[in-house]
Design a protein around this ligand. Structure first.
Ligand code: AMP
Length: 630
């Protein structure tokens, strides 16, 4: 492992020279005077004094060399449409949208909330926001009104951009009514709502004065050009909410210069993808993978990015491979769950199309099991690269880096640390480094490399407390994942150390789901745990104590009550958080000090040994759980 090892060592031992070289991959209007300011740990500022713009690097700078190349190809199997935008088209679209935002009073540092389906206008909106130095907060279209309202109140956006509706599996999903509901709930509602009316929801209602039609605004601002707002490198580019131990999601705040450099560097080094090649990431713009690898990284790199709206099995399970064939995709990025969905279909689909252009399939977001990895690698005949990262990091923390060296891969392992990440595996209690194959908490020595979160939006104290306070002996960033490292240096991820669960690659806090369930009037107490699932990795399972037991007196009543509670979660959080089952019990397993014994509940659900129960208050509670899941 010569080349990788050298590159990695350089990134740590000659950090400033290393990142100065990588920083030359993007355009700066004013050069930085310091590579990294770490005078106020654990906060790191990268490329201090440098001025740049994310949109400029993703769009404008390519006009000289690739104006007529496709920048964005949007393919929707939902509405059976394809739209392609060259870099020049993208420039025009983004400028017009930037002019619209300016006309609505959005300026540098203001927030713009984007609650949209997977349509090109969402990309224009994001790029337009950063073009004028504003900050976007994209909220996944699957989140419900109450979740959206909480994010509105945290970011206080001036403008909210939405669409009449999205579509999933052929079913129209109206977004505008949820937007209205969330604005009614919010304490700091946006002044304006811009609606991309796709003509999918004919019953859509609008509020004159507040609601603006995107097409009408486009007509008003046709052909307008808005110069990029040059911002200092650490100027926030976006906020993206993610779940943690508490019920309140954290607004991960990202900078501008560090993020642009990290993404620009990752395309050749990790993804081994050249400008002009086609990159296809199957994520959603509402997640970090979508932000980084549908939009910013491929565009900064001068690639053609494919944005796909639809399911992987609709119209048939060959749709993704047909896209690879038709658009000569060289690099794909997806999730293990998506591949497990395809694995349930006829394997002949993998051979039906010419996928010879495809070099790599990167998979991330959740543990990649060996059978899935094997099945797709052999079926397609491409290299599968398991990579591990988080919303907080913005780009891979652990991954093979084939652009530097084609190191051997090990099944079940996301290989090694990416350059810039100084990893530590610490013993949970002592904080001492663990030995080979010994389980520890995966940590990163500060400063975190460029591209990683700068702080939690408007809450520096929570940033320090959440991520840098797990160990007394040193201030390191905690990933909240268990891991081991074998004697060859390969990492293996073993799941979360906190109360976060991973459903189909999406991170959910069990507290969040519990709070959503508690919104139902008849719930006295509830515990939610993540339970292993063959398709989705994990699914939420709820155990509820009701106030009025007569409502769950018979199996029929229980079934009806369970449905009601699931509907409450759909409404409060979104269907994404809906528990697989709600079991009714009369008490929950707790320690004598009142702490929920989540790990024991989870173990019983997975038919494992519940572990040490010496501190349990009432063993009968565990018996109820055992009986419920039997
Ligand atoms: P998110 O912030 O939603 O991207 O979720 C990040 C979490 O997903 C990590 O903390 C891990 O628990 C999990 N995760 C991401 N990638 C992998 C991977 N390649 N293998 C195992 N777990 C992963």
């Amino acid at each position: 492992m010569g080349a990788y090892q050298d590159f990695y060592e350089q990134s740590l031992s000659h950090r400033d020279a290393f990142w100065t070289r990588e920083a030359a991959r993007i355009d700066w209007v004013k050069p930085f005077r310091q590579v990294c300011d770490f005078s106020n740990p654990p906060f790191a500022k990268w490329f201090v004094g440098g001025e740049t713009n994310l949109c400029y690097n993703a769009v404008d700078r390519h006009l000289a060399t690739r104006a007529e190349q496709n920048a964005l190809t949007w393919i929707s199997s939902e509405v059976e449409l394809t739209r392609a935008f060259t870099y020049r088209d993208l420039f025009n679209e983004v400028n017009r949208f930037a002019a619209i935002l300016k006309s609505l009073g959005v300026g540098k540092g203001d927030r713009v909330l984007i609650y949209m389906p997977m349509i090109p206008e969402a990309v224009f909106a994001m790029l337009a926001t950063v073009r004028i130095g504003a900050i976007h907060s994209v909220v996944f279209g699957g989140f419900a009104a109450a979740s959206l309202a909480a994010r509105i109140d945290d970011a206080e956006p001036k403008v909210l951009i939405t669409a009449d509706a999205g579509s999933r599996g052929g079913k129209i999903i109206p977004l505008k009514p949820l937007t209205d509901e969330s604005i009614a709930l919010a304490k700091h509602p946006p002044k304006h709502v811009v609606i991309v009316n796709r003509g999918l929801d004919r019953d859509m209602k609008t509020l004159p004065g507040r609601d603006m039609d995107y097409l009408a605004l486009c007509r008003r601002h046709e052909g307008e050009i808005v110069p990029c707002e040059w911002v200092e490198s650490s100027h926030p580019s976006y906020i993206l909410y993610t779940s943690g131990t508490t019920g309140k999601p954290k607004g991960v705040q990202r900078d501008t210069g560090g993020y642009a450099v990290a993404l620009a560097a990752s395309m050749p080094n990790i993804f081994d993808t050249k400008p002009g090649e086609t990159y296809f990431c199957t994520s959603d713009i509402g997640w970090v993978v979508g932000h980084s690898y549908i939009i910013y990284a491929p565009l900064i790199n001068g690639s053609t990015t494919i944005m796909y709206d639809g399911l992987p099995i609709r119209p048939d399970a060959g749709i993704w491979w047909k896209i690879v064939q038709d658009y000569k995709v060289s690099t794909m990025f997806s999730s293990p769950t998506a591949i497990r969905v395809l694995k349930k279909q006829d394997p002949a689909w993998l051979k039906k199309f010419d996928v010879s252009s495809l070099r790599y399939l990167f998979l991330a977001g959740e543990p990649l099991d060996q059978p899935t990895s094997d099945w797709i690698e052999k079926g397609l005949g491409v290299k599968v690269i398991d990579n591990y990262w988080q919303t907080e990091s913005g780009w891979p923390i652990l991954s093979a880096q084939p652009g530097i060296e084609a190191t051997p891969r090990k099944l079940g392992s996301p290989s090694f640390a990416s350059y810039g990440y100084k990893m530590k595996l610490k013993h949970e209690e002592t904080g001492k480094p663990v030995g080979a194959n010994e389980k520890g908490v995966l940590c990163i020595e500060a400063p975190l490399p460029p591209g990683c979160m700068s702080t939690i939006w408007r809450d520096d104290a929570r940033f320090v407390k959440t991520y840098f306070s797990s160990f007394k002996d040193e201030q390191v960033y905690t990933t909240f994942d268990w891991a081991t490292r074998d004697s060859d240096g390969y990492y293996f991820i073993m799941g979360r150390t906190d109360d976060v669960i991973n459903v189909a690659g999406h991170r959910l806090g069990t507290r969040e789901i519990e709070e959503a369930i508690q919104a139902h009037a008849n719930i006295a107490e509830v515990a939610v745990v993540g339970v292993a699932d063959a398709l989705k990795g994990q699914v939420p399972m709820a155990f509820a104590v009701v106030k009025d037991a007569s409502k769950v007196a018979t199996p029929e009543l229980q079934a009806a009550h369970e449905k009601e509670i699931m509907a409450t979660v759909d409404k409060e959080l979104g269907a994404i958080g809906r528990p697989a089952r709600v079991h009714f019990v009369t008490l929950l397993p707790k320690t004598r000090s009142g702490k929920l014994l989540r790990r024991s509940i989870q173990a019983l659900c997975e038919k494992r040994d519940p572990g040490d129960l010496t501190t349990i208050e009432d063993p009968a509670a565990l018996e109820q759980v055992r009986a419920a899941v039997a």
